[in-house]
Structure formats: structure tokens, C-alpha cells
Design a protein around this ligand. Structure first.
Ligand code: NAD
Length: 422
């Protein structure tokens, strides 16, 4: 199949490269010319394990351009993969989606063959049916289901293991508006052995939100239990093992710590809550999930102040800035919350992250960025904020460590050690 991918961020580029591994021909579109140039040179504009080698291996099947016309004229199917960031009130901002939709509509006007437009960006339930589809029809003058197709195919990949997740998903959700699109999506994913759920576009949108909100809730719940465990001087990870062996619960997403961040959970929980409030629905569980996550990184500061009551002028090391290991993504990273609090307390900050430092430099240019993780240890205390593998090889002997992510080595070696929930 010939596929156009609109937006070459984490989801767009990973999807494009993975579809190319399945034998499809991909044209990526982005408004960012630097990204386009890099992709065409076989250089990934984002850090994602395994992405660049695959991009190079399949470069004869992947081309990037800023031209919607070029991409859509030669494709059977277009995936919208642009960002849907949060607005201040928590709702998703559809600016990039509507820009992309108008461009796509203009291009499909002149197509002779049937073209399907598939939303992969995360959009709140009813967006495809009530906003995207009418906008495609109004701008193109065509009729959905008759002249072109519409679908919603949410993406569940996790950054850091995105390629593996995309190629071996737990399930694929194909939301479709018209029969032709259902068949196209079925054909596209025929090489995958996982369950494929065919459903309406609005159900597909809700499956994505319900899944992410549930996972965020599972972690926040465990963080609340973890805070009780700390008070009781017991280990939340022992409790998680005991709970997780129950098949109805499962062990995944029971790791307590300083909370969740990233491009999805914060944005998706806020968007579903904002939608619920607008519709005068109670969102009590999602409200609590978000609240617990907001206070959780502050536990690290409370524990730090137990040992260093006045942080003014003290040097505090932060190990890790990315929201999780194996990515350079800092969106809503808990480290940023910790940095903000430490600066309020007038501490001086040293930090190291193998991938994410350039992004944080744009926000906090005046803190100290170290060349190695070891340099961070030369501080009055260290906070472990992201569990990068390489932090396991450091020596924590004689150090004061506040551990937000549970690192056994630090627990064994540090002179003073505090785990947030253990
Ligand atoms: P991103 O910000 O990394 O990438 C978006 C890309 O779209 C950027 O390269 C940007 O330049 C481009 N873009 C913006 N406007 C454009 C336009 N009008 N035309 C062409 N390109 C345009 O975003 P992402 O993390 O890949 O997320 C994309 C969507 O997928 C979001 O809705 C997100 O919620 C969802 N999602 C993300 C993840 C994840 O782990 N990152 C996982 C599942 C779903």
C-alpha cells in the first residue's frame, strides 16, 4: 500500500518506519523542514531505540516532504499523526489537526481513486465524527463514505520501546466510518497476529482514553498505597508483588515512585476530565488520579528536607530528566517539577541525563548540566528521578540519596537512603 503519514513525531515516524518494514511505501509530511531533511538523510529527528537503523534499512521505501499534494496524490490512505497538546483548561488543542485536515481535504478533492483518512492522533471521543469528518466534507465538497473514507486507529505505543510495541501490539483498534475504510485497515494490518477490534470511530477514541486513564489511575492508586507503606515502614514493592500475582490485578503498572509524566498520561487524563466537566459529568476518579500525581514528586523534596532542612545554597544532584528511561522526551517529566521546587528553595542544581539535557536547557538554562552521571554525585544529596540503566553502575557509597524510582544499588550502598514509597 502507499501510505501518507502527516506529522513525523514519535507516533508518525515510528508508524511510517514500521509500515515500511511490512512492505508498504511511505511518504511522511511535516511542517518542520529540518525534520524532513534529517529523515531523507536517514537520520532520526527523535531518539527512539532502534528507529534510526530501521529508517536507514528501509530508506528506499520512506520519503519525507513538506508537500501534502505530493504525499496524498500517490497514496491510498493518509494517517493523521500530528500533536494534540493540552490547552490551559486541559482540553486538547486541535489546531494542528484542523490544519492538517484542511490540507488533506484540499488534496483529496482532485483524487480519482478512493482515499481513506485515518486519525491516529489521540482525540477525545466524538472528535472524528463531529469535527474532523464535517471539516473534510466542507473543505473538499465531497461526501464521506461515498467519495472518501474515514477511520480512527488509536496508537498505543510506549516511547522507549515504540518499535517493539508497534510491531507486536496487544491489540489493534480499527475504528471505521465506512465499509471501504474497514477493509483497507483490515488489509493494512493483515500481517499482525494480535486481536483486531473493529468498531465505530467514537468507540475507538474512547478505547484509547479509557486505557490511558486506567493505567494512570493504577499508578496513582499504587502511589497512594506507597505513601501509606512509607508511613508504616513497609515496602510498597513487596505489596505490589503480593497484589500483582492476583490475575484480576496483574503486576504491571504497580511500581510506585514519584509519579507519571510524558506526552500521553498527563494530557489524556486532563482532556477526558475537561470533556466530562463540560458535559456536566462527574470525573471524581480521574480528578483524584491527577491530584495524586501532582503531589507525588513533592514527596522527594519532603524526604530531602528531613535530612537537609534548609536547602538554600545546598547543591542537589538530579539523576535523570527524561520522563522515563530510553527516551529524550521531557514532556511533563517529574524531574521538571522537582527542579522548580528546588529552585524555589534556592538550592543549586546539578544534573545529568544521557538524552534529555538539550531539551531541559531550553527551560532551565542556568542550572548545571554535567558531562557524566558521576559528576552529579558530587553534591550534598542526590535525587534519582529517571531509572536509566547507566545509573546502576555508579557508586553511591557515602552519599545521601532520595530515590524516586527504586534503584537497588543505591539502596544497598548509600550512607543515607530514602525511597519515596519504601
Ligand atoms: P510530536 O509532537 O512528537 O509530533 C507531531 C509532529 O507533527 C511534529 O513533528 C510536528 O512538526 C508535526 N506537525 C504539526 N502540525 C503539522 C501539520 N499541520 N502538518 C504536518 N505536520 C505537522 O507528537 P507525538 O508524540 O508523535 O504525538 C502525536 C499524537 O499521537 C498525539 O495526539 C499523541 O497524543 C498521540 N500519541 C502519542 C504517543 C507517544 O508516546 N508519543 C503514543 C500514543 C499516541
Amino acid at each position: 500500500m502507499n501510505i501518507a503519514i502527516i506529522g513525523t513525531g514519535y507516533v508518525g515516524l515510528v508508524s511510517g518506519v514500521c509500515f515500511a518494514t511490512q512492505g508498504h511505501t511511505i511518504t511522511c509530511v511535516d511542517v518542520d523542514t529540518k525534520k524532513i531533511q534529517r529523515i531523507n538523510k536517514g537520520i532520526s529527528p527523535i531518539y527512539e531505540e532502534g528507529l534510526e537503523p530501521l529508517l536507514q534499512k528501509h530508506k528506499n521505501k520512506i520519503h519525507a516532504t513538506t508537500s501534502y499534494d505530493e504525499a496524498i496524490q500517490k497514496s491510498d490512505i493518509t494517517f493523521i499523526c500530528v500533536g494534540t497538546p493540552s490547552k490551559k483548561n486541559g482540553e486538547i488543542d486541535l489546531t494542528y489537526v484542523t490544519q492538517a485536515v484542511k490540507e488533506i481535504a484540499r488534496c483529496i478533492q482532485n483524487k480519482k481513486s478512493y482515499h481513506a483518512v485515518i486519525v491516529k492522533s489521540t482525540v477525545v471521543p466524538s472528535t472524528t465524527q463531529k469535527i474532523i469528518l464535517p471539516l473534510l466534507e466542507q473543505t473538499s465538497g465531497l461526501t464521506a463514505g461515498k467519495d472518501f473514507g474515514v477511520g480512527m486507529n488509536p496508537e498505543f505505543l510506549k516511547e522507549g520501546v515504540a518499535i517493539q510495541d508497534f510491531l507486536n501490539p496487544d491489540r489493534i483498534v480499527n475504528g471505521y466510518y465506512d465499509e471501504h475504510t474497514r477493509k483497507l485497515l483490515k488489509e493494512l494490518y493483515k500481517g499482525f497476529t494480535c486481536p483486531i477490534i473493529e468498531t465505530s470511530v467514537t468507540t475507538a477514541e474512547m478505547i484509547k482514553y479509557a486505557s490511558n486513564c486506567f493505567l494512570a489511575t493504577k499508578i496513582s492508586f499504587m502511589n497512594e498505597i506507597g505513601n501509606f507503606c512509607k508511613q508504616l515502614n513497609i515496602d510498597a514493592y513487596d505489596v505490589a508483588e503480593g497484589m500483582g500475582t492476583d490475575k484480576r490485578i496483574g503486576r504491571a503498572f504497580l511500581n510506585s515512585g514519584i509519579g507519571w509524566g510524558g506526552s500521553c498520561f498527563p494530557k489524556d487524563t486532563q482532556a477526558l476530565r475537561a470533556w466530562a466537566h463540560k458535559e456536566h459529568q462527574s470525573a471524581a476518579i480521574i480528578d483524584s488520579t491527577i491530584h495524586t500525581n501532582e503531589i507525588q514528586p513533592l514527596k522527594a523534596i519532603t524526604l530531602l528536607k528531613k535530612h537537609i532542612p534548609n536547602l538554600k545554597g545546598k547543591t542537589i544532584g538530579i539523576l535523570g530528566l527524561a520522563f522515563k528511561p530510553n527516551t529524550d522526551d521531557i514532556r511533563d517529566s517529574r524531574s521538571l517539577v522537582i527542579i522548580k521546587e528546588l529552585l524555589k528553595e534556592k538550592a543549586s542544581i546539578k544534573t545529568f541525563d544521557p538524552q534529555a539535557m538539550p531539551h531541559v536547557k531550553n527551560i532551565y538554562p542556568d542550572i548545571t548540566y554535567c558531562n557524566t552521571a558521576e559528576e552529579v554525585l558530587n553534591s550534598d544529596a542526590v535525587i534519582i528521578a529517571t531509572l536509566w540503566d547507566e545509573f546502576n553502575s555508579l557508586s553511591y557509597k557515602g552519599k545521601t540519596v532520595i530515590d524516586g524510582r527504586r534503584m537497588h544499588k543505591a539502596q544497598q550502598e548509600a550512607a543515607i537512603y530514602e525511597g519515596v514509597c519504601w
